[in-house]
Design a protein around this ligand. Structure first.
Ligand code: SIN
Length: 284
């Protein structure tokens, strides 16, 4: 009845959805079946979808409310605030390296993204892949002793600590980023809104420290958690084709955009961001 077929992309996470034309309206039954597939597979791939901005936005709304990207205004599309421009060049020609560390979108806000939908427009001749890791499996794979240390504990997330921000932004710009996005305490083990399943929720790009631990202890445990989450067996590496649309769950996956291409080539992607349930507390 759902009108599509699922083909797994890796043993860790990801499935390709075959048989849907996303330009056409999606029935309620198909939307429900897609949401179930998303909960199970974490990442869904739709190939060969040449969508307009309006169609991309309309299909994204099948899964919920969209962010207007007010927290990152320099990246939003001038005519469609629901669309984020994910490129390696800013409009003024500045080179950028967006998303080059493992992260979960909007974990630095109190309304983190439940999902993100990225559409591939322009690719370099080779490379420009994105990798995803399964944070349900990362949590499940921790020892009960480490789980009990981390469960119920929070970690601080700060948008301004990302390696790229520290490299290319001036101190004034960094202060402005922090003013717009003050650091937020998030639970380290987060229950998925739909399924209740627990996932590990820390991220290399934004997590500063674990609450209640000495700095050295926190650094060592975070380094372990990133290494543990991103072992090859827990990763799906997506090799893009123009027209791909990829939906990932930020509550149960981290992702990283790879610098595996000629940085003088242009890569252009368009992202919509699905707002999730409120989570976290602004640090005072
Ligand atoms: C992102 O981090 O949202 C974008 C990922 C990518 O450009 O591959």
């Amino acid at each position: 009845m759902s009108g599509f077929k699922l083909v797994p992309l890796s043993s860790a996470l990801g499935a390709q959805v075959i048989g849907l034309d996303l330009k056409a309206p999606i029935s309620a039954a198909t939307a429900l079946a897609l949401n179930e597939a998303w909960n199970e597979h974490v990442v869904l791939l739709f190939r060969g979808q040449q969508l307009s901005f309006e169609e991309h936005i309309a299909f994204s709304r099948t899964f919920g409310e969209l962010d207007d990207h007010a927290s990152i205004p320099s990246f939003r599309h001038p005519d469609h605030p629901e669309v984020l421009l994910v490129t390696n060049y800013e409009a003024n020609g500045t080179k950028l390296a967006v998303g080059r560390q493992w992260h979960s979108d909007l974990s630095t806000t109190t309304r983190p993204a439940k999902g993100s939908m990225l559409r591939c427009d322009t690719l370099p001749p080779v490379g420009g892949d994105t990798m995803f890791c399964n944070m349900f499996k990362a949590w499940d794979g921790l020892s009960p002793a480490l789980q009990s240390l981390l469960d119920g504990r929070r970690a601080l997330h700060d948008m301004a600590i990302s390696r790229e921000t520290q490299k290319v932004r001036t101190p004034e710009q960094i202060a402005d980023i922090r003013r717009r996005n003050p650091p937020v305490w998030q639970p380290i083990a987060r229950r998925h809104d739909d399924t209740g399943r627990r996932a590990l929720y820390v991220s290399e790009m934004t997590t500063v420290r674990i609450e209640g631990l000495h700095e050295g202890e926190s650094d060592a445990i975070l380094a372990y958690l990133y290494a543990h989450s991103t072992v090859p067996e827990n990763v799906y590496r997506h090799r893009w084709q123009v027209g791909d649309l990829l939906l990932w769950d930020n509550r149960s996956a981290m992702h990283i955009a790879l610098a595996d291409y000629d940085q003088n080539a242009t890569r252009i992607m368009y992202r919509t961001t699905l707002l999730g349930e409120p989570s976290g507390t602004i640090a005072t």
